[in-house]
Design a protein. Structure first.
Length: 118
Protein backbone atom coordinates (compact mmCIF):
# COMPACT_ATOMS: atom_id res chain seq x y z
CA UNK A 1 0.00 0.00 0.00
CA UNK A 2 1.49 3.31 -0.97
CA UNK A 3 0.73 6.87 -2.00
CA UNK A 4 2.91 8.51 -4.62
CA UNK A 5 2.78 12.25 -5.27
CA UNK A 6 3.89 14.03 -8.40
CA UNK A 7 3.53 17.41 -10.04
CA UNK A 8 5.64 19.61 -7.80
CA UNK A 9 8.01 22.16 -9.26
CA UNK A 10 9.02 25.78 -9.37
CA UNK A 11 6.69 28.59 -10.44
CA UNK A 12 6.52 32.35 -10.31
CA UNK A 13 4.11 33.94 -7.87
CA UNK A 14 0.68 33.96 -9.49
CA UNK A 15 1.37 30.73 -11.35
CA UNK A 16 -0.36 27.37 -11.09
CA UNK A 17 0.55 23.78 -10.37
CA UNK A 18 -1.45 20.58 -10.17
CA UNK A 19 -0.31 17.90 -7.76
CA UNK A 20 -1.32 14.27 -8.18
CA UNK A 21 -1.45 11.47 -5.63
CA UNK A 22 -1.80 7.92 -6.89
CA UNK A 23 -2.84 5.26 -4.41
CA UNK A 24 -1.90 1.65 -5.01
CA UNK A 25 -2.87 -1.39 -3.01
CA UNK A 26 -6.03 0.02 -1.47
CA UNK A 27 -9.43 1.26 -2.62
CA UNK A 28 -9.11 5.01 -2.48
CA UNK A 29 -12.87 5.39 -2.55
CA UNK A 30 -13.19 4.16 1.03
CA UNK A 31 -10.81 6.72 2.51
CA UNK A 32 -10.72 10.41 3.32
CA UNK A 33 -7.82 12.18 1.64
CA UNK A 34 -5.86 15.25 2.62
CA UNK A 35 -3.02 17.41 1.40
CA UNK A 36 -0.53 18.68 3.94
CA UNK A 37 2.19 21.27 3.54
CA UNK A 38 5.44 21.69 5.43
CA UNK A 39 7.40 24.87 4.90
CA UNK A 40 11.03 25.13 6.05
CA UNK A 41 11.19 25.62 9.80
CA UNK A 42 7.47 25.15 10.26
CA UNK A 43 5.15 22.40 11.41
CA UNK A 44 3.35 20.31 8.83
CA UNK A 45 -0.20 21.63 8.40
CA UNK A 46 -3.35 20.34 6.78
CA UNK A 47 -4.13 22.51 3.76
CA UNK A 48 -7.19 20.78 2.35
CA UNK A 49 -9.12 17.54 2.68
CA UNK A 50 -11.95 15.68 1.01
CA UNK A 51 -14.19 13.02 2.49
CA UNK A 52 -14.32 9.50 1.14
CA UNK A 53 -17.62 10.32 -0.62
CA UNK A 54 -16.26 13.49 -2.15
CA UNK A 55 -19.18 15.43 -0.73
CA UNK A 56 -17.35 17.21 2.07
CA UNK A 57 -14.30 19.40 1.51
CA UNK A 58 -12.19 21.50 3.82
CA UNK A 59 -9.75 24.31 2.99
CA UNK A 60 -7.69 26.51 5.25
CA UNK A 61 -8.61 30.17 4.86
CA UNK A 62 -5.42 31.18 3.11
CA UNK A 63 -6.07 28.91 0.11
CA UNK A 64 -9.84 29.25 -0.27
CA UNK A 65 -10.75 30.30 -3.79
CA UNK A 66 -7.31 29.40 -5.13
CA UNK A 67 -6.82 25.69 -4.37
CA UNK A 68 -9.14 22.85 -5.38
CA UNK A 69 -9.00 19.29 -4.09
CA UNK A 70 -10.49 16.49 -6.15
CA UNK A 71 -10.29 12.77 -6.63
CA UNK A 72 -10.87 10.21 -9.34
CA UNK A 73 -11.92 6.92 -7.81
CA UNK A 74 -11.69 5.17 -11.18
CA UNK A 75 -7.95 5.76 -11.34
CA UNK A 76 -7.35 5.85 -7.56
CA UNK A 77 -5.82 9.30 -7.91
CA UNK A 78 -6.25 12.48 -5.93
CA UNK A 79 -5.44 15.96 -7.15
CA UNK A 80 -4.64 19.37 -5.76
CA UNK A 81 -5.03 22.23 -8.23
CA UNK A 82 -3.19 25.29 -6.98
CA UNK A 83 -3.83 28.60 -8.71
CA UNK A 84 -2.46 32.07 -8.01
CA UNK A 85 0.32 30.62 -5.92
CA UNK A 86 1.95 32.89 -3.38
CA UNK A 87 5.49 32.68 -1.97
CA UNK A 88 4.09 31.56 1.40
CA UNK A 89 2.57 28.55 -0.38
CA UNK A 90 6.01 27.03 -0.95
CA UNK A 91 6.98 23.86 0.85
CA UNK A 92 6.84 20.11 0.64
CA UNK A 93 3.34 18.86 -0.06
CA UNK A 94 2.22 15.46 1.17
CA UNK A 95 -0.92 13.57 0.37
CA UNK A 96 -2.37 11.37 3.07
CA UNK A 97 -5.30 9.05 3.53
CA UNK A 98 -7.28 7.66 6.45
CA UNK A 99 -10.31 5.49 7.01
CA UNK A 100 -13.40 7.71 7.03
CA UNK A 101 -14.07 7.07 10.74
CA UNK A 102 -10.50 7.64 11.89
CA UNK A 103 -9.18 10.82 13.45
CA UNK A 104 -5.61 10.47 12.20
CA UNK A 105 -4.11 9.95 8.78
CA UNK A 106 -2.30 6.62 8.60
CA UNK A 107 -1.03 6.55 5.04
CA UNK A 108 1.42 9.12 3.71
CA UNK A 109 3.16 9.84 0.45
CA UNK A 110 6.81 10.77 0.18
CA UNK A 111 6.11 14.43 -0.57
CA UNK A 112 6.65 16.67 -3.54
CA UNK A 113 8.39 20.04 -3.44
CA UNK A 114 6.73 23.28 -4.48
CA UNK A 115 8.84 26.42 -4.91
CA UNK A 116 7.24 29.81 -5.53
CA UNK A 117 9.45 32.66 -6.66
CA UNK A 118 8.35 36.19 -5.83
Amino acid sequence: VQLVESGGGSVQAGGSLRLSCHASGLPFSSRDMGWFRQAPGRERELVTAVSWSGLSKFYINSVKGRFTISRDTNTNTGYLQMNNLKPEGAGCYYCAAKPYAASKYDLWGQGTQVLVAS
